[in-house]
Design a protein around this ligand. Structure first.
Ligand SMILES: O=C(O)CCC(=O)C(=O)O
Ligand SMILES: [Mn+2]
Length: 201
């Protein structure tokens, strides 16, 4: 289904060189605070190490990978845990709202204002050339920042509790995105990015 079809409940955010769509509050059968508490308790959170310039570092957040396919990025391969019943319910709601299909989810846990995600594109080969990635947020709002790779363009979107952001089209080819540390204290946030991992030919 097309991102902008009448069935989609997401509203397009105008952006050059890619597609973005946003829904402030995804309809779910539970209160967002309840979803947050369950995700916090039920997820097998890991402190992953990555190698940057030959040095091992802990990522400035916790993460977990669930679903039906392994995933390689930043020099590591994550083996999936099977989807939990709650994740399957969230996936169904996200698929209904976005008209897209997903088979995996990366969960990130930002413990406080010091946790962050460096600027990157989700452009691994197994995501395919124009991946649709659906990002669902719970807990404290954080600012999601997009920076164009060639042009001096920056876009900031506050991702509040229960919000859904869909990245699609050529967005990953032309833009990087990330979450900065912030000086203003804040509580924890959980973000889920639903992805479709395609078997590599
Ligand atoms: O936490 C976020 O909103 C961003 C997550 C993200 O970019 C990712 O998991 O690749
Ligand atoms: Mn990303």
């Amino acid at each position: 289904m097309d991102l902008f079809s009448a069935h989609s409940t997401l509203l397009p955010i105008p952006i050059e060189d890619g597609e973005l769509a946003f829904l402030e509050q995804l309809a779910l059968p539970y209160a967002p605070q309840q979803v947050f508490a369950r995700l916090q308790a039920e997820t097998d959170w890991r402190a992953e190490q990555i190698t940057v310039y030959g040095k091992r570092h802990f990522q400035p957040r916790l993460s977990a990978w669930y679903g039906e396919a392994s995933y390689s990025y930043s020099g590591m391969t994550l083996q999936p845990l099977p989807f939990t019943p709650l994740q399957l319910e969230l996936k169904a709601a996200v698929e209904l709202a976005s008209g897209r299909r997903f088979n995996s989810v990366l969960l990130n846990y930002y413990r406080d204002e010091r946790d962050s995600m460096g600027f990157h594109s989700d452009d691994e080969a197994e995501l395919g050339p124009r991946p649709a990635i659906a990002s669902l947020s719970f807990g404290e709002p954080r600012t999601f920042i997009l920076k164009h790779k060639r042009l001096a363009r920056t876009l900031k979107i506050d991702l509040g509790e229960g919000s859904l952001l869909l990245m699609a089209g050529t967005l990953q080819q032309h833009w990087r995105h990330g979450i900065n540390k912030q000086s203003q204290p804040c509580g924890p946030r959980i973000n889920l990015t639903f992805r479709l991992i395609e078997p590599l030919a």
